[in-house]
Design a protein. Structure first.
Length: 231
């Protein structure tokens, strides 16, 4: 039987770009769990230092906006250097539920997976997903499968957990949103054990505004295609 997870061994990586409106409430939801919180300010127009100066978080900052993939890689490298046992990626726009993190971690606790991804499509009665968003996400599933050979139920869910082995192996070079597909490539490359668990996504007016658009999905496709051609 594996040892229970000490929350102080869990580092929550939160990439943030111009999320000043909601970042404090996101952190307030996470604070009661006693995890180590790492915010990566990815070149926000108004730096987060003053806004978060009273929060018990590690705050890292990119001088310029590099993209979510780059922010995640910065956070993962920081947590690995801190000898984190488990690392969780968590979006800064308020769409994720802190209560879902234990579910992800339980998938690692029995040592049957190296990385656990959240899926909104494994939740019963998920009809609240906007139709346009659902279409984009379903199309993205097969795009991921085309490039990686891995077919997920939820292609672009930023809520995921990984152990030390996965965190040390994964190296993200795609700075933008195409990192979600690159993670699958890394999973296959390093023969990491992977599973999905059900999680809830909160669709607020704010998160819808910040979410993936059809044009953004086309950009991801062309980024991936160009990267495949140039390899």
């Amino acid at each position: 039987m594996s040892q229970p997870i000490d929350p102080r061994d869990v580092y929550i990586i939160i990439p943030a770009y111009n999320e000043n409106e909601v970042i404090r409430s996101v952190l307030e939801d996470l604070l009661p769990y006693d995890y180590r919180l790492v915010v990566i300010d990815d070149g926000s127009a108004v730096p987060l230092h003053e806004l978060l100066k009273n929060f018990p978080v590690y705050l890292l900052r990119h001088p310029v906006n590099l993209g979510q993939g780059a922010a995640l890689q910065t956070g993962i490298q920081f947590a690995v250097a801190k000898n984190a046992r488990f690392i969780v990626s968590f979006d800064a726009d308020g769409q994720h539920e802190a209560t879902d993190i234990p579910t992800l971690l339980s998938g690692l606790e029995d040592d049957k997976a190296d990385i656990v991804s959240g899926s909104r499509f494994l939740v019963k009665n998920n009809g609240h997903i906007p139709a346009g968003r659902k279409f984009i996400l379903q199309a993205a599933r097969y795009l991921n499968f085309f490039f990686t050979g891995i077919l997920l139920t939820d292609a672009h869910n930023g809520l995921r957990a990984m152990n030390q082995k996965a965190a040390s192996a994964i190296q993200l070079r795609q700075n933008g949103m195409s990192h979600a597909t690159e993670i699958l490539t890394e999973i296959r490359k390093h023969k990491l054990r992977h599973k999905e668990v059900p999680v809830t996504i909160r669709y607020t007016a704010y998160s819808k505004k910040k979410g993936q658009t059809a044009w953004g999905s086309f950009r991801i496709f062309f980024d991936l295609l160009l990267n495949k051609i140039l390899k």
